[in-house]
Design a protein around this ligand. Sequence first.
Ligand code: ZN
Ligand code: ZN
Ligand code: ZN
Ligand code: ZN
Length: 445
Amino acid sequence: MEEWRLKCLGSAGFQIKTDSGKTMNLSETNKQEIQRRHYFGLCPVCLKIGEHNACAGCILVFYCSKDCQKADWKNHKVICKTLTKIRAKNIHIFHKNPMLQSQVANALSVSLSRDLSQYESDILTHPRLCMVCLTGNQASLKNCTGCNCVAYCSQECRNEDKDLHNSVCSDLNNLINDHRIDLQTKSKVDNFIPPGSDSYHPFSLVANMDNLVKEYINILLPDDETSFKENQMRKLSWQLTCPATVLYNIEKANIIRLDEKEKLEIHIVGARKAEVELARSWLLFPARLPKLKKLILVMVGPELEDVAGTNTFFAQEYGCDIEFRLIKKPYHMYERTKKFTEPDIVAALNCGFIFYKEWNESLNSLVRKSGAPLVFTEYYKEDCSQNLEKLKDHCKTDLEVKINSQPNPFQSRTAARLPAGFTLRQYGRKNILFSNDFVCVVKRK
Ligand SMILES: [Zn+2]
Ligand SMILES: [Zn+2]
Ligand SMILES: [Zn+2]
Ligand SMILES: [Zn+2]
């Protein structure tokens, strides 16, 4: 256990071998810095969380004090001048109209002659308006004291948003606090790989994501203080949600005896760069399945890019050979190539079948004639059900639904804010998303 702990906390990172035999590090330690985000409840200078005062020019950036504002002026003036000009004599640039966000983003980008940073676009997509009536009159606004991430102009507006906001307030509070911690303290889970096990324990015994990350973080950081520890648990949940979702739901669907498998091939369809960066998280499979000797992970998606000039790389851990293949094609095109190999499991995570017509031609290929199960996940329950309907429409035979649009116990525990938060409220939808929130498992009949 101690050896594992030192390996996770060390700086070596996740070592992979390319097909030319070169060894390299595929870890987040390679990334230089935490990407800065904007929250109107987080002073960008001293990182104090609370109700802050707006910059009187643009009314889009907020400081806890005049000193912090002064300290930031050198950075802020670059965008403030343009934004103040666009606001002109209006009470607020987005008063009653957050839909102007993309137009203003374009104008700002043109005036800077470059793309906006994440922090700069946050300033435009998360302005301090009344969540309900969208007034930008700052004198009337008060932050929600639970999260400091939304504001209201009156008790009426607060009441109207009560139910929806109550469902996200503590997650928003975690989000803003996690960002502060990320900026102040170096994460210790950037090189995390799960500890191996000599015997098989059904994953269903873990029951949910909170238990999983608690188990790992308690061994990794036994003496740490609570808020950092919880931050690390949430961060780890983000890393592990995809493999944990597949492992748990395949076990639950009871189609394959995972514990008996010596060789397993998983196709991760619709994969993007972020999934490749988290390739090591799939070591969860060999870590928890001691009989597994060979794991093949095929990541399939037109947006993928090579890693260090190669589309195949290898790792070895827990006595298991792990092979990663990157296929830069839609799934149905890959299926027609000679390289195609039959999977044991197909996964389409946070898939959005109903939103992207690019899926249409691939849907029938996702449900294999071999009877291999397909796991797919989605952010909202209604969308998950509609994905299933669309899948049924596009498949040429009947499907057996093993898990039907259910909440996924292994969804991530850290959320992302949506740029369209104000609009989503009008549809009764939450303005934050986790990852793998709802899940379906199907197979061909
Ligand atoms: Zn401050
Ligand atoms: Zn300003
Ligand atoms: Zn209001
Ligand atoms: Zn709140």
